[in-house]
Design a protein around this ligand. Structure first.
Ligand SMILES: Nc1nc2c(ncn2[C@@H]2O[C@H](COP(=O)(O)OP(=O)(O)O)[C@@H](O)[C@H]2O)c(=O)[nH]1
Ligand SMILES: [Mg+2]
Length: 191
């Protein structure tokens, strides 16, 4: 699959604010700063499409983007930010779990994991929650350019063992990882 067109659709605080759509939807989840917004920009070849930031926890909205007039990617607020109050965190979790469980056109969750670290507690909690709710998901290891070539295979093995499934690789610095991910997403698009 080639990305020929990409556009911003809407920012939504909660499920009820998302535009209704028949298009297949993918949701990006992962800790703040893991590279979710960068993924959108990299596959669309447009660094201005999604806001990226090195300050964690900026986005609290579900940002929807449409590709090729054919599918939607929802860039979700990152989990695990440190400096928000417990109350804000609760509202955020409620809004987000409602979206993940009830969004009708949602076909697949894409969980982003920073390849530089070992498995983080909130990544594991999120992954368990996904499995518990029987949601389809794939895992993408990000920032592959920041680990040595030698470590890439070690990390793949480590995370595949931890999550008991295949993991995909990604870097916003190299285009070579795009195709295999887009090929995988293509399998979940319902025309
Ligand atoms: N070296 C490197 N930096 C990245 C990569 N992806 C994202 N970043 C940087 O990490 C920071 C957070 O990225 P962002 O896409 O905003 O993360 P998000 O919070 O998950 O949406 C930004 O400064 C990005 O430039 C990557 O693959 N390699
Ligand atoms: Mg972001």
């Amino acid at each position: 699959m080639k990305i020929k067109q990409a556009k911003f659709l809407k920012s939504a605080p909660a499920l009820c604010d998302c535009v209704e759509s028949q298009l297949s939807e993918f949701a990006l989840i992962g800790r703040s700063n893991v590279g979710k917004s960068s993924f959108i920009n990299t596959i669309s070849n447009n660094n201005k499409l999604a806001k990226t930031s090195n300050k964690p926890g900026k986005t609290k909205l579900i940002n929807l983007y449409e590709f090729n007039n054919n599918f939607i990617i929802a860039d979700l607020p990152g989990y695990g930010f440190a400096n928000v109050s417990y109350n804000v965190q609760n509202i955020w979790e409620k809004n987000l779990s409602q979206y993940l469980l009830k969004r009708e056109n949602l076909k697949l969750l894409i969980q982003f994991i920073d390849s530089r670290h070992t498995i983080q507690k909130n990544d594991k909690i999120m992954n368990n929650w996904i499995e518990y709710n029987n949601l389809k998901s794939i895992i993408i290891l990000t920032k592959i350019d920041l680990i040595s070539k030698n470590d890439i295979m070690k990390k793949v093995k480590y995370f595949e063992k931890e999550f008991e499934k295949k993991v995909f690789l990604f870097s916003n610095k190299f285009k070579k990882y795009n195709d295999i991910i887009l090929l995988e997403l293509d399998k979940y698009i319902v025309e």
